[in-house]
Design a protein around this ligand. Structure first.
Ligand code: 5GP
Length: 201
């Protein structure tokens, strides 16, 4: 982006994390509709597809063997085991997107968030929290695609994950999807204007 003062903006990464069931995907989808020059990274996972999820769109679904092969080949910017499945962010897509000036949005867990921060210190980390634990439980139960054991594990993990919010730059409560997405948009718009992302001339 250029202005009459000859100012250009450096692309950046926005990480969204938060416990399962907080509504990350819905919020991120809404955010993506309102920002320009943002791409979202598609992760690789060993988990099976859920409901209407599509390979190459929601995730790249692979076997554990394939995941390990790619991981050992250094294909992931970061990877983590979450709820017994492996998830990884393809490094090449992210690097290529930034190189062509596109901002990148990542929806990853807290371990991933910490790894991204280490590798890209100017990444913006946003943590989404549910209004309360009861709401989270209700949302997880309402997702008919998961069985009781999966739900129990996700709730346990949620309690652990929420403790990480102090290490994020922003904490947004998802009590209402529209309002939550608005808050996230405000963060992104302000962050895009930060002085350190600006080059003159
Ligand atoms: P789900 O199975 O519900 O789609 O995702 C489970 C958790 O894994 C979520 O917190 C999601 O954000 C996270 N996740 C998805 N992709 C990645 C990834 O590439 N890396 C990491 N570290 N976490 C991921």
């Amino acid at each position: 982006m250029t202005s009459r003062f000859g100012v250009s903006r450096m692309p950046f990464i926005v990480v969204f994390s938060g416990p399962s069931g907080v509504g990350k995907s819905t919020v991120v989808d809404r955010v993506l509709k309102h920002v320009s020059n943002f791409v979202s990274s598609v992760s690789v996972t060993t988990r099976s597809a859920r409901g209407a999820e599509r390979d190459g769109v929601d995730y790249f679904f692979v076997t554990r063997g394939e995941f390990e092969r790619r991981r050992d080949g250094g294909e992931f910017l970061e990877w983590a085991e979450v709820h017994g499945n492996l998830y990884g962010t393809p490094a090449a897509f992210l690097a290529a997107s930034l190189a062509r000036g596109a901002n990148v949005l990542l929806e990853i867990d807290v371990q991933g968030g910490m790894s991204v921060r280490e590798r890209y210190p100017d990444a913006v980390l946003v943590f989404l929290v549910p209004p309360d634990l009861e709401t989270l439980k209700a949302r997880l139960r309402g997702r008919a695609t998961d069985d009781d054991e999966v739900i129990r594990r996700r709730l346990e993990n949620a309690k652990r994950e929420i403790e990480y919010f102090k290490r994020y730059d922003y904490v947004v409560v998802n009590d209402d999807v529209e309002r939550c997405a608005d808050d996230c948009l405000a963060i992104i718009r302000a962050e895009a204007l930060r002085e350190h992302r600006t080059a003159a001339g």
